[in-house]
Design a protein around this ligand. Sequence first.
Ligand SMILES: C[S@@+](CC[C@H](N)C(=O)[O-])C[C@H]1O[C@@H](n2cnc3c(N)ncnc32)[C@H](O)[C@@H]1O
Length: 284
Amino acid sequence: MIAPLVKCSPFIKWAGGKRQLLVELDQRLPPAWNTYYEPFIGGGALLVNLDNHQLISRAVIADLNSELINLYRVVQDKPESLIAALEDDDLRNDEASYKALKEKFNTIIGSPLHEIERASLLIYLNKHGFNGLWRVNRKGKFNVPFGSHKNRSIPSGASIMKFSALLAKVKILNADFEAAVKTARKGDFIYFDPPYQPLSKTANFTDYNSRGFRFEDQERLARLFRKLSKKGIRLMLSNSKVPAIEDLYEGFRIETVTARRFINCNGERRSGIEEIIVTNYPYD
Ligand SMILES: C[S@@+](CC[C@H](N)C(=O)[O-])C[C@H]1O[C@@H](n2cnc3c(N)ncnc32)[C@H](O)[C@@H]1O
């Protein structure tokens, strides 16, 4: 187990973020690995935690969300330009500013000509919108309401530079999870943190992307898990404690842990909920 010491910190709050579960994940890490893969990167809490303990020499991260991946790439390649963009006086914590900046973001969303502005606005919207949620409408426009948070801080230049140094060791992909781990080999370690399976029929907010993450995707992920396990790759996966998900990982070590959360991948508010951590290797 590694002590929860934090030097670098995630610069965005992401729905389903793993900060609350870090201690449980730390206790279940494999003893060693070559390349670390995190194909559902979100806010990247585990990647950061591992790097703070000098456990990352090489990594591959991915996410299907193109705006999130644009942000990681900008932090990796152009951190100074991002820091300058975040100093803009227009980035204010009031509803009128939020609405105007959300509108601006939606006019440039996906545009390769506006990488820096998209990245700075994504950080701003993430910090000032409701609970760090990412949600888009049918037209692919970001539509999270203003969060009314009293104290909001934009990440400091120093923290962005620290994250940029970490990303120098990382390959960043805008890809589906299956494509993201194609290069994984025996001795590598993959942590899968998919959008969680809803606990109930009403809790069905799985709109991370316009396509959503369906039960078929959970099945596809479980098939991939079995395939990668046979190759000798070390695997860890978290999900909600739902019988249908536990069935998919029959034969692997499944442990139930309790995580306190404000929001999770399903956009629900709950605290002290049960989650599972699945691994394919021994630990104690
Ligand atoms: C539970 S969140 C990850 C949280 C992250 N571990 C953290 O600490 O913030 C799931 C992520 O999976 C991404 N995602 C959804 N479907 C995907 C897919 N098919 N392939 C890759 N990423 C996907 C979402 O955009 C979201 O960022």
